[in-house]
Design a protein around this ligand. Structure first.
Ligand SMILES: Cc1cc2nc3c(=O)[nH]c(=O)nc-3n(C[C@H](O)[C@H](O)[C@H](O)COP(=O)(O)O)c2cc1C
Length: 163
Protein backbone atom coordinates (compact mmCIF):
# COMPACT_ATOMS: atom_id res chain seq x y z
CA UNK A 1 0.00 0.00 0.00
CA UNK A 2 1.50 3.32 -1.03
CA UNK A 3 1.69 5.43 2.13
CA UNK A 4 2.66 9.10 2.17
CA UNK A 5 3.37 11.13 5.30
CA UNK A 6 3.00 14.90 5.02
CA UNK A 7 4.42 16.84 7.95
CA UNK A 8 4.44 20.41 9.17
CA UNK A 9 7.31 21.30 11.48
CA UNK A 10 8.58 24.70 12.61
CA UNK A 11 11.69 23.77 14.62
CA UNK A 12 12.31 20.29 13.20
CA UNK A 13 10.80 18.16 15.97
CA UNK A 14 7.87 16.85 13.97
CA UNK A 15 10.14 16.36 10.98
CA UNK A 16 12.39 13.99 12.95
CA UNK A 17 9.38 12.05 14.20
CA UNK A 18 7.95 11.86 10.67
CA UNK A 19 11.20 10.35 9.43
CA UNK A 20 11.14 7.67 12.15
CA UNK A 21 7.50 6.96 11.43
CA UNK A 22 8.24 6.69 7.71
CA UNK A 23 10.87 4.05 8.42
CA UNK A 24 8.47 2.00 10.55
CA UNK A 25 5.57 2.35 8.11
CA UNK A 26 7.56 1.89 4.93
CA UNK A 27 6.36 5.30 3.81
CA UNK A 28 7.73 8.46 2.24
CA UNK A 29 7.81 11.62 4.40
CA UNK A 30 7.38 14.97 2.66
CA UNK A 31 7.37 18.47 4.16
CA UNK A 32 3.96 20.12 3.81
CA UNK A 33 5.57 23.12 2.12
CA UNK A 34 6.92 20.82 -0.64
CA UNK A 35 3.88 18.58 -1.05
CA UNK A 36 2.15 18.84 -4.41
CA UNK A 37 -0.15 16.68 -6.52
CA UNK A 38 2.80 14.71 -7.92
CA UNK A 39 3.96 13.78 -4.41
CA UNK A 40 0.54 12.38 -3.64
CA UNK A 41 -0.06 10.57 -6.90
CA UNK A 42 -1.18 6.98 -6.30
CA UNK A 43 -1.24 7.48 -2.54
CA UNK A 44 -3.50 4.91 -0.87
CA UNK A 45 -2.96 5.81 2.77
CA UNK A 46 -2.31 9.43 3.74
CA UNK A 47 -0.79 10.36 7.12
CA UNK A 48 -0.69 13.98 8.24
CA UNK A 49 1.46 15.13 11.16
CA UNK A 50 2.18 18.53 12.65
CA UNK A 51 2.85 20.45 15.81
CA UNK A 52 0.57 22.94 17.56
CA UNK A 53 1.62 26.58 18.02
CA UNK A 54 0.22 29.82 19.39
CA UNK A 55 -2.56 28.75 21.69
CA UNK A 56 -3.98 25.76 19.87
CA UNK A 57 -3.10 26.71 16.29
CA UNK A 58 -2.12 24.16 13.70
CA UNK A 59 1.48 24.60 12.50
CA UNK A 60 1.58 27.11 9.61
CA UNK A 61 2.82 24.90 6.74
CA UNK A 62 0.27 22.23 7.58
CA UNK A 63 -2.50 24.84 7.86
CA UNK A 64 -1.62 26.03 4.36
CA UNK A 65 -1.47 22.46 3.09
CA UNK A 66 -4.90 21.46 4.36
CA UNK A 67 -6.47 24.64 3.04
CA UNK A 68 -5.49 23.45 -0.47
CA UNK A 69 -6.25 19.77 0.07
CA UNK A 70 -9.39 19.72 -2.04
CA UNK A 71 -7.52 20.84 -5.16
CA UNK A 72 -5.05 17.93 -4.83
CA UNK A 73 -7.76 15.33 -5.58
CA UNK A 74 -6.51 12.88 -2.98
CA UNK A 75 -6.74 9.28 -4.17
CA UNK A 76 -6.30 7.71 -0.70
CA UNK A 77 -9.41 6.21 0.86
CA UNK A 78 -8.13 6.28 4.41
CA UNK A 79 -5.84 8.38 6.51
CA UNK A 80 -4.43 9.01 9.96
CA UNK A 81 -2.97 11.94 11.85
CA UNK A 82 -0.34 12.54 14.51
CA UNK A 83 0.50 15.67 16.42
CA UNK A 84 3.25 17.05 18.61
CA UNK A 85 2.69 19.32 21.56
CA UNK A 86 3.62 20.22 25.10
CA UNK A 87 1.13 18.89 27.64
CA UNK A 88 2.62 20.81 30.59
CA UNK A 89 3.40 24.16 28.94
CA UNK A 90 0.17 24.19 26.89
CA UNK A 91 -2.12 21.87 28.82
CA UNK A 92 -5.28 23.66 27.70
CA UNK A 93 -4.55 23.28 24.01
CA UNK A 94 -2.52 20.09 23.95
CA UNK A 95 -2.03 18.81 20.36
CA UNK A 96 -5.07 20.79 19.21
CA UNK A 97 -3.73 20.69 15.66
CA UNK A 98 -4.65 16.99 15.48
CA UNK A 99 -8.30 18.03 15.41
CA UNK A 100 -7.79 20.30 12.39
CA UNK A 101 -5.92 17.66 10.41
CA UNK A 102 -8.50 14.98 11.24
CA UNK A 103 -11.30 17.29 10.17
CA UNK A 104 -9.52 18.03 6.90
CA UNK A 105 -9.22 14.32 6.06
CA UNK A 106 -12.83 13.75 7.02
CA UNK A 107 -13.93 16.63 4.78
CA UNK A 108 -12.20 14.90 1.86
CA UNK A 109 -14.10 11.68 2.61
CA UNK A 110 -11.16 9.69 3.95
CA UNK A 111 -11.83 7.10 6.62
CA UNK A 112 -9.85 8.08 9.71
CA UNK A 113 -7.91 5.31 11.45
CA UNK A 114 -5.38 5.35 14.29
CA UNK A 115 -7.26 6.95 17.14
CA UNK A 116 -5.16 6.92 20.27
CA UNK A 117 -6.14 6.68 23.96
CA UNK A 118 -5.87 9.81 26.12
CA UNK A 119 -4.81 7.65 29.08
CA UNK A 120 -1.26 8.31 30.18
CA UNK A 121 -1.12 12.04 29.34
CA UNK A 122 -1.38 14.90 31.84
CA UNK A 123 -3.20 17.63 29.88
CA UNK A 124 -6.38 19.43 30.93
CA UNK A 125 -8.02 20.18 27.57
CA UNK A 126 -7.53 19.34 23.93
CA UNK A 127 -9.66 19.88 20.83
CA UNK A 128 -8.15 16.60 19.63
CA UNK A 129 -9.94 14.65 22.35
CA UNK A 130 -13.03 12.72 21.33
CA UNK A 131 -14.32 10.72 24.28
CA UNK A 132 -11.52 8.57 25.63
CA UNK A 133 -9.36 9.01 22.54
CA UNK A 134 -7.40 11.56 20.60
CA UNK A 135 -8.27 11.63 16.90
CA UNK A 136 -4.68 10.58 16.22
CA UNK A 137 -1.34 9.86 17.87
CA UNK A 138 -0.27 12.49 20.42
CA UNK A 139 3.45 12.91 21.05
CA UNK A 140 5.23 15.19 23.50
CA UNK A 141 8.93 15.52 22.68
CA UNK A 142 9.23 18.44 25.10
CA UNK A 143 8.46 16.34 28.17
CA UNK A 144 8.23 12.66 27.27
CA UNK A 145 10.65 11.98 24.45
CA UNK A 146 11.57 8.68 26.09
CA UNK A 147 8.04 7.40 25.38
CA UNK A 148 7.97 8.37 21.71
CA UNK A 149 9.58 5.30 20.15
CA UNK A 150 7.21 2.92 21.95
CA UNK A 151 4.20 5.10 21.14
CA UNK A 152 5.14 5.15 17.45
CA UNK A 153 5.63 1.38 17.33
CA UNK A 154 2.29 0.72 19.04
CA UNK A 155 0.54 3.19 16.74
CA UNK A 156 2.04 1.65 13.61
CA UNK A 157 0.82 -1.74 14.81
CA UNK A 158 -2.64 -0.27 15.28
CA UNK A 159 -2.59 1.31 11.81
CA UNK A 160 -1.60 -1.97 10.18
CA UNK A 161 -4.53 -3.68 11.88
CA UNK A 162 -7.04 -0.97 10.99
CA UNK A 163 -6.11 -0.14 7.40
C1 LIG B 1 5.20 29.70 21.38
C2 LIG B 1 4.81 28.25 21.45
C3 LIG B 1 3.47 27.91 21.43
C4 LIG B 1 3.08 26.56 21.55
N1 LIG B 1 1.75 26.24 21.61
C5 LIG B 1 1.38 24.96 21.82
C6 LIG B 1 0.01 24.62 22.00
O1 LIG B 1 -0.91 25.46 21.95
N2 LIG B 1 -0.31 23.31 22.25
C7 LIG B 1 0.65 22.34 22.32
O2 LIG B 1 0.31 21.17 22.55
N3 LIG B 1 1.98 22.64 22.16
C8 LIG B 1 2.36 23.91 21.91
N4 LIG B 1 3.69 24.22 21.75
C9 LIG B 1 4.69 23.13 21.77
C10 LIG B 1 5.15 22.69 20.36
O3 LIG B 1 4.06 22.17 19.63
C11 LIG B 1 6.22 21.61 20.52
O4 LIG B 1 7.38 22.18 21.05
C12 LIG B 1 6.54 20.85 19.23
O5 LIG B 1 7.35 19.75 19.53
C13 LIG B 1 7.22 21.70 18.16
O6 LIG B 1 7.36 20.90 17.00
P1 LIG B 1 7.98 21.44 15.61
O7 LIG B 1 9.40 21.79 15.86
O8 LIG B 1 7.87 20.28 14.69
O9 LIG B 1 7.16 22.59 15.14
C14 LIG B 1 4.07 25.55 21.64
C15 LIG B 1 5.43 25.91 21.64
C16 LIG B 1 5.80 27.24 21.57
C17 LIG B 1 7.27 27.58 21.62
Amino acid sequence: MKTVIIYGSTTGTTEAVAEDLATELGATAIAAADADAAALEGCEFLVLGASTWGMGDLQDDMADFISGLESLNISASCGAVFGLGDQFGFGDSFVDGIADMAEALDDQGLKLVGRWPVDGYAFSASRAQDGTSFSGLALDQDNESEKTADRISAWVQRLKEEV
